[in-house]
Structure formats: structure tokens, C-alpha cells
Design a protein around this ligand. Structure first.
Ligand code: ZN
Length: 167
């Protein structure tokens, strides 16, 4: 079965949008995003939409529950050391399934690294919104601890999937 996703509309848009096409062409030489956004894989949380970004604007790392395990940490290092990003945002969100699963001690075959990390971050907090905030705050602290020489900004935000506000 074929995927329902098609690239055609995007290609049509590029054909009709000179600014976007120029941006795409310019990026062939290399990417220089200024900001890393570490966010959840939740399909309702789309950082390019939320922050009104275009091609090449943000370096996005997505993982369920926006946690930073080994691969994510390596990706952050790449962006800091090689792309020289100036800002890092850990973007948690309301109604996060991963945070919910951690609070309710759900199990899975491969979910351990993610759920255990969220559990360690939130300890015994049961309120989902509060847990999402603490989870993001702890990941911010973790980045600061791992990259003490990094001089850019590091902050967290919570995206509200009901109002589309990020604060
Ligand atoms: Zn989530």
C-alpha cells in the first residue's frame, strides 16, 4: 500500500512562490538555522507552523515527550558545535501522551528509555500540565549541564494544543 503523503503540492507551491524557491536554492549551499527546537513527536505540535518558520529556519529534534536521550544529545551537540545555533527551545505541550503514559506507569516493549526519563524528570507529579512543564524544565537544565560553554539562550515553552499559544 502506498503512503497517502504526496510531495506534489509542495512542488507546485515552490513553482509558484519565488521567495520560497529562492530560499530553497540558497539553502543548497548549507544550512544556518539559529534555533534548535526540541519537541514531542505529537502530530498536533508542528514547530514550523507554531513559530511561523520556513525552510532552513529551525533545527528540529523530535522525540516522544521531548526528552533528550543519547541520540538527541548527539544531535544537540552537532547543532551547537557545527551549526553554531544561538538559541535552544525545549517545547513541551498540553495533552502529551508520553507524559500521560509516564504518570500512569504504562509499559511498552521499547518505551522504557523515554518513559523512565520522563518519570525521573517529574518524580511524583500527577498533574499533566505541571508534569509537562517540569519535564521541559529538567531537559533545559540537562542541556545546560552537558554544554556549560554554550553561550546562547536555552529556554522552555509549553504549547497549548487547544489555543495554539506557546508560552
Ligand atoms: Zn507529546
Amino acid at each position: 500500500m502506498n503512503t497517502p503523503l504526496s510531495n506534489k503540492q509542495f512542488l507546485d507551491r515552490l513553482n509558484n512562490d519565488k521567495e520560497l524557491r529562492n530560499r530553497r536554492d540558497e539553502l543548497v549551499k548549507g544550512q544556518h538555522p539559529e534555533t534548535i527546537v526540541i519537541t514531542c513527536s505529537d502530530s498536533r505540535v508542528v514547530p514550523e507552523f507554531i513559530f511561523n518558520c520556513s525552510l532552513g529556519d529551525i533545527f528540529v529534534i523530535r522525540t516522544a515527550g521531548n526528552v533528550i536521550n543519547e541520540g538527541e544529545l548527539a544531535t544537540v551537540e552537532y547543532a551547537i558545535e557545527h551549526l553554531k545555533v544561538k538559541h535552544i527551545i525545549v517545547l513541551g505541550h498540553t495533552h502529551c501522551g508520553a507524559v500521560h503514559a509516564a504518570i500512569h506507569n504504562e509499559q511498552g516493549r521499547y518505551l522504557g528509555p523515554i518513559l523512565n526519563r520522563i518519570k525521573a524528570n517529574i518524580s511524583n507529579i500527577c498533574d499533566e500540565l505541571e508534569a509537562s512543564k517540569i519535564n521541559a524544565i529538567k531537559e533545559v537544565s540537562y542541556i545546560k549541564e552537558k554544554f556549560p560553554q554554550y553561550e546562547g539562550t536555552i529556554e522552555y515553552k509549553i504549547y497549548d494544543i487547544e489555543t495554539s499559544e506557546s508560552r
